[in-house]
Design a protein. Structure first.
Length: 346
């Protein structure tokens, strides 16, 4: 990936860090699904939140050097490319002496390896953080992970440099409502069959893991509260390239049953689009619509379909929706949430 750093953040050795007033071994709050025992995070959009009163803050992370993160300092977001190994990054300096909030979240997905939190230092005092009132969970594939979203055309292939979960439709909608988002998404994964034709490691199988590509079952995982909204955005890899998976109805239905049992009060959106072509899209759309209709008729009144039509916005790498398309998709999701839950845009 490109090692250009769009944000002006210095990397310093621990031995060169200034004398500090406060050091913490854990963040004020974990963001998304994280492993609190090992202090690692790998799902797209996962990370940490720091809150402090002071003028300066730095963080020490361990990474393989393939990932990049978004750093939001008091609501202003910039990109930071992570280096290989254990490194300390100055996230803020020369600030006003007052309360500040830093959110650091992964742009990139789990296949690029986890990121580990070591500690954080400020010249002031770290303070705690509450749990956000609104919660959104997204279960998806490369579209929800932000694959190719910053690409200039369909001709570019996958690269961490053009992947950015922060700019995805669901992340945009979550920020519009001031909601926390947990993104359980991985490129190439389906509900029934993966893009490469394999049946192992479908997203419903991965979503039960703390780390997406660690076979260990869900354990020591930290996630914020119960979700108010769940977006299931799967089917593109199942039906792409003229595939017609015979077990899709069963597998997708089982996923919805599992989610409803765990979250009886959540609104669930069964989403599809906009990547599939004119042959595959109608079949995928209609298959999901039939599943939703049957379950609604059976009593699930909090299940909705959400269709992103092909041709919405622009195209990024490998035909994925670009930033423009994701903004349009976010507007659709926001409108649905306003209709169903009455949330207000901030």
């Amino acid at each position: 990936m490109s090692k250009r750093t769009i944000i002006s953040i210095a990397i310093a050795c621990l031995t060169l860090s200034p004398v500090s007033a406060d050091t913490v071994k854990g963040p004020a709050r974990w963001i998304g699904r994280t492993d609190i025992a090992s202090k690692r995070f790998a799902w797209p959009g996962s990370g940490v939140e720091l809150r402090f009163i002071g003028t300066r803050a730095e963080i020490t992370l361990i990474d393989d050097g393939n990932n990049s993160v978004m750093v939001e300092l008091d609501g202003q977001a910039n990109r930071l490319d992570l280096a290989n190994g254990r490194k300390t990054y100055v996230l803020a300096e020369n600030l006003e002496q007052r309360a500040h909030t830093i959110r650091l979240t992964r742009r990139t997905e789990g296949q690029l390896g986890p990121t580990q939190f070591v500690d954080a230092i400020t010249d002031g005092t770290f303070v705690g953080a509450g749990t956000p009132e609104k919660q959104i969970v997204v279960i998806g594939d490369s579209i929800s992970a932000g694959y190719g979203i910053e690409g200039k055309s369909h001709t570019c292939a996958f690269s961490p440099d053009t992947e950015n979960q922060y700019l995805t439709y669901a992340a945009i909608a979550a920020r519009s409502f001031g909601a926390e988002i947990t993104t359980l998404a991985a490129s190439g994964r389906g509900a029934s069959i993966n893009a490469d034709g394999t049946l192992n490691g479908t997203l419903p199988q991965l979503m039960d893991r703390t780390m997406p590509f660690d076979d260990a079952p869900l354990a020591n995982a930290e996630e914020a509260g119960r979700p108010d909204v769940i977006v299931v955005h799967l089917g593109t890899n199942d039906f792409g390239n003229k595939r017609r998976p015979r077990t899709f109805e069963k597998d997708y239905g089982y996923l919805l049953t599992k989610l409803r049992a765990a979250h009886p009060d959540a609104i669930i959106y069964a989403a599809i689009g906009p990547m599939l072509d004119q042959y595959d899209f109608p079949i995928a759309r209609d298959s999901i619509a039939e599943i939703v209709s049957a379950r609604v008729n059976s009593g699930d009144k909090s299940l909705r379909k959400l269709v992103f039509e092909p041709g919405i916005g622009g195209i990024g790498c490998d035909w994925h929706p670009d930033t423009e398309a994701n903004i349009e998709m976010a507007r659709q999701l926001e409108a649905a949430i306003i209709r169903d839950l009455g949330w207000n845009i901030r």
